[in-house]
Design a protein around this ligand. Structure first.
Ligand code: SOE
Length: 363
């Protein structure tokens, strides 16, 4: 018999926040073999209820108590956006690794400062651009490297959960969500994915935004955009465009990216993540996820055998597992860090500047 000494493997995690995404984080901590020590919320009762549901050991009535408890190695920040920066900075001051939801901050300079602090302190600081962890996204990244010069990058990220005037959320309020709602909340995922898969950088963009539901029953007059269209150009000379919307009837969480390169095209659809479209002049095919057919870089993100569909939970679990492996000192390719969070915040700021001033903005 060999004893498995869990203490040496276990990351001790705390979660700040109790909503939908906090639950996803909690599940991923357990999947990664971590100990979920505590959940914190301004409402102690809510922390207690969520803590019980998530399988945590303790509940705190404030984030500060958790950060200062000395009981955790890492905090997951799953609060409304305006609290990301103060809480992440405080946690890093306390020497903790941080996993902070996107957008990292509600403006780019603050996000850059957070990334600097993480680097100076030598702490693991990650942002859940979790869609990077779909096996077929890794496959697209590996294949694109052999397809020659990228000419066109296009797609969309469409949802409908804010379609009606009766739909509401703290994200609608610029004081809590930040000035760029749809761009920061979901456009950030799209931009991150495109820069990750292509290894290229958007260098200038031109954006338009629209508030479609001008007045909402709860939050009243709306100031943040329901949808945006963004045109852009990249350092390597590709052109692109993306539409993002939270008021597109029937679209729930459809992040779609299509990339045309010299000798082939690729298309990934987050709602259909088991397949990758491989476009070719001499014929196109749909590649179905199968660990034995995947690139070396993609196979580790395909834990289930072919025919056993993977999805959102799997990519989120893989993100958290890689973040924890990095905390243990291992290297994981493609972990989205605070630098990537700051990059997405910069693109959001550039899009808003473009709308304000009209025309192209370098970024
Ligand atoms: C709501 O738009 C939301 O939950 C985003 O905040 C997430 O980042 C995205 O993954 C799904 O949609």
């Amino acid at each position: 018999m060999i004893e498995i000494r869990r203490e040496s493997l276990e990351v001790k995690a705390g979660i700040i926040g109790t909503g939908f995404i906090a639950r996803i984080h909690a599940r991923a901590t357990r999947h990664a073999g971590a100990r979920l020590i505590a959940v914190a919320d301004v409402n102690e009762e809510a922390a207690f209820e969520a803590g019980r549901r998530f399988g945590a050991e303790l509940a705190f009535g404030s984030a500060d108590e958790l950060i200062e408890s000395g009981l955790v190695d890492v905090v997951h920040i799953c609060t409304p956006n305006h609290l990301h920066a103060p809480l992440a900075l405080k946690a890093m001051e306390a020497g903790l690794a941080v996993i902070c939801e996107k957008p990292l901050a509600t403006d780019a300079p603050t996000a850059v400062l957070m990334a600097e602090r993480a680097r100076e302190a030598g702490l693991v600081a990650a942002v859940p651009f979790a869609y990077r962890f779909h096996a077929m996204v890794r496959e697209a990244r590996a294949r694109l490297a052999d397809l020659g010069r990228v000419s066109l990058i296009q797609g969309s990220y469409l949802q409908d959960w804010l379609l009606k005037a009766t739909d509401d959320n703290w994200r609608v309020d610029p004081n809590k969500g930040g000035p760029g709602r749809t761009i920061g909340d979901i456009g950030s995922h799209w931009f991150d994915l495109v820069e990750f898969v292509t290894g290229d950088r958007i260098t200038k963009l031109c954006a338009q935004t629209s508030v479609v539901v001008t007045d909402r029953v709860q939050s009243g007059h709306v100031l943040t955009e329901d949808l945006a269209t963004v045109q852009f150009a990249t350092a390597a000379g590709a052109l692109g465009s993306v539409s993002v919307s939270q008021v597109a009837p029937g679209r729930k969480n459809r992040l779609f990216v299509e990339i045309s390169a010299a000798t082939g095209s690729l298309a990934f659809d987050q709602e259909n993540p088991e397949r990758l479209w491989l476009g070719g002049r001499e014929g196109s095919q749909l590649l179905v996820r199968d660990p034995i057919a995947l690139a070396e870089a993609a196979a580790p993100y395909s834990p289930l055998p072919a025919g056993h569909p993977q999805g959102f939970h799997d990519c989120f679990d893989a993100f958290v597992a890689d973040a924890y492996a990095t905390i243990r000192g291992e290297h994981r390719e493609g972990l989205p860090t605070f630098d990537d969070g700051a990059r997405a915040a910069r693109l959001t700021d550039a899009a808003l500047q473009s709308v304000r001033e009209g025309g192209w903005v370098t970024c």
